[in-house]
Design a protein around this ligand. Sequence first.
Ligand code: NAD
Length: 327
Amino acid sequence: MIKNQDILNIEIGVVGLGLMGSSIVVALLISGHPVKGIAPKKNDMKDALPRIIDQLKHAEACGLLERPIEAYLERLTLSEDYHHLKDCQLVQECVTEVEEIKGEVYQKIVAATGMNTIISSNTSAIPISILQKLVPNPSRFMGVHWAEPAYMTRFLEITKGEQTAEDGARWVLELAHFWDKEPTFLRKDIRGFVTNRLMYAVYREIFHLIENGETTVEDADKSFRYDAGSWMTFMGVFQRMDQLGLEDFAEAFGRIFPTLCNSDKVPLLMQRMVEAKARGIQNQRGLYSYTAGEAQEWERSFAAFNEDIYHLASAYSPTRKKKQFHE
Ligand SMILES: NC(=O)c1ccc[n+]([C@@H]2O[C@H](COP(=O)([O-])OP(=O)(O)OC[C@H]3O[C@@H](n4cnc5c(N)ncnc54)[C@H](O)[C@@H]3O)[C@@H](O)[C@H]2O)c1
């Protein structure tokens, strides 16, 4: 059993210090781990430290730090040299979502670590059973999928591939409670894992309704926000069904399931968007239209919202363990 005090001695490596890698570094530092951050590209070295310091300041402003920022930074090593990973018990890969790039990075991690080191990938969509074939000890490889910003979200999905050993996955699952997460454990490697699959079912139906002229983008969004959005941080889908009454759901399933979309095609509206090079708020052309100022304001207000929802989810979490940062 892992104890609070152990966390201080469990070194964790993070390879890839882009958007997610940096915020994973911050999440692990806040939890008390010594962290080795490896920059696979020169640019990472230039940008990572300022980004990590900004995120630590943000975490401090949100009341997540128990020590001054310097105390966390003392436990961080940033380098381009993979040899710093040699004592890490876990190395979290967080590089671009391209199998070949991840494969090259694994070779460097493997060369720097022992056969017992657990290697985890933050991949959103590449099956773990495929990625684990790229390392010599696949039993110690798994998916550990974080949400951005990693230090302010309670989501964490741990996924076993076909060859992942149960004990290592269970160890990471236990560790994740010290990261203040509500981790889920996916015992079988399915494409998109659980979280993405749930959302893809919603995406398909929502495009179907819009393409059939049954609703609009704005109204579909309103329905999702103000119905599901009013309860889903408090309870899950199954708790919701228990709360509302199972018989009613059974009856509705029988009537509504046959009317839901089961297309396996990319929705036409999405195809048109991609052809028109619409990239949403990044180039202010998407399913909605934005000015540059509106796009920026939206990002700002989402960051503030993230803070509120993190605290709200914590306040109503039944399993929350309070972490302690010891000297
Ligand atoms: N951004 C998110 O919200 C999010 C959420 C969940 C999972 N992920 C996953 O996390 C991973 C990283 O995503 P990100 O958003 O941090 O991306 P990012 O673009 O911010 O960072 C990419 C990282 O990959 C490195 N990299 C790029 N080309 C490389 C190469 N040829 N060789 C070695 N390293 C290279 C970069 O140096 C950088 O560290 C991806 O697998 C992504 O699917 C991202």
